[in-house]
Design a protein around this ligand. Structure first.
Ligand code: G1P
Length: 276
């Protein structure tokens, strides 16, 4: 059973300055819903109810978002606008939220290690809110991955094919094809140049990790960019055949880039917001 999802959310979001100067990048809205809320909804749809958020300085708005706003809610009570709060109220009722701060920004692996005290000794999901994943009419991506975890009982990474000239933005995997959408990973490289990439299968921000990852992370030296990389830690598990890569069903928008953010906004306006 996967009961907890970790959300690394301490990063600065410099690509969206000045919007992110005093507001967490995870609070950037896709039309009217912040990115972090999409990610929490996705975790909940995978049967997860304990949300563990790794925050940092200047991220107070995240905690306030998953809380009641008495004054505002009183104001709009019994008006037509109440419908806009239905989703977030349900999340607050049905999930628990815990937070810890990452004091120094030493990479995604370090952020995940910072979350250890919230996770303990059990397998858990990880969702990067700036990768927005939508699978309309089907299981959301984390739900697809939880099903696979129950089958394989090892770490799972979500991957998608990217153009060769984009490999330097991602962790890239290679491995033995088990099914047309499943690979047993043998090699993982963080942000390789196209000529060094072992394939064009790029990791996107959804993981299921087994808890031995924490001990591995403690012994993982800084890698690409001088940061502690989750990709390097996963490579240790992959050596024992314990990492599965999954070509997920659905769409992923890179909301860490202006282009992906605009695409996601247009998509959600058409398919989700208008239906409200
Ligand atoms: C991180 C990971 C990378 C992964 C990516 C997915 O990179 O380090 O392996 O492919 O997330 O979004 P970041 O985008 O945080 O630099």
């Amino acid at each position: 059973m996967i009961k907890k999802c970790l959300f690394p959310a301490a990063g600065y979001g410099t690509r969206f300055l000045p919007a992110t100067k005093s507001m967490p990048k995870e609070m950037l809205p896709i039309v009217n819903k912040p990115l972090i809320e999409f990610a929490v909804e996705e975790a909940q749809a995978a049967g997860i109810s304990q949300m563990a958020i790794v925050t940092g300085r200047g991220k107070r708005a995240l905690e306030d978002h998953f809380d009641i706003s008495y004054e505002l809610e009183h104001q709009i009570q019994n008006t037509e606008k109440e419908k806009y709060l239905v989703d977030i109220r349900r999340l607050i009722d049905e999930c628990t939220f815990i937070y810890t701060r990452q004091v120094e920004m030493k990479g995604l692996g370090h952020a995940i290690l910072t979350g250890q005290s919230m996770i303990g000794d059990e397998p858990f999901a990880v969702a990067l809110a700036d990768d927005l994943c939508i699978n309309q009419g089907g299981d959301p991506v984390l739900a697809q991955m939880v099903k696979l975890y129950n089958q394989f009982r090892c770490s799972i990474v979500a991957v998608q094919e990217v153009p060769r000239d984009q490999t330097h933005k991602y962790g890239v995997i290679a491995g033995e094809e088990l099914r047309d959408d499943l690979f047993r990973v043998s090699t993982m490289v963080e942000k390789p140049k196209p000529e060094d990439a072992p394939s064009n299968l790029a990791i996107i921000g959804r993981y299921i990790l087994t808890p031995d990852i924490f001990d591995i992370l403690k012994n993982t030296p800084p890698g690409k960019g001088g940061e502690i990389q989750i990709t390097d830690a996963l490579q240790q598990q992959a050596k024992d055949g314990c990492v599965i890569a999954y070509k997920f069903k659905g769409q992923r928008f890179d909301c860490g880039s202006a282009e992906g953010y605009v695409e996601a906004t247009n998509y959600c306006f058409e398919h989700i917001y208008k239906a409200l």
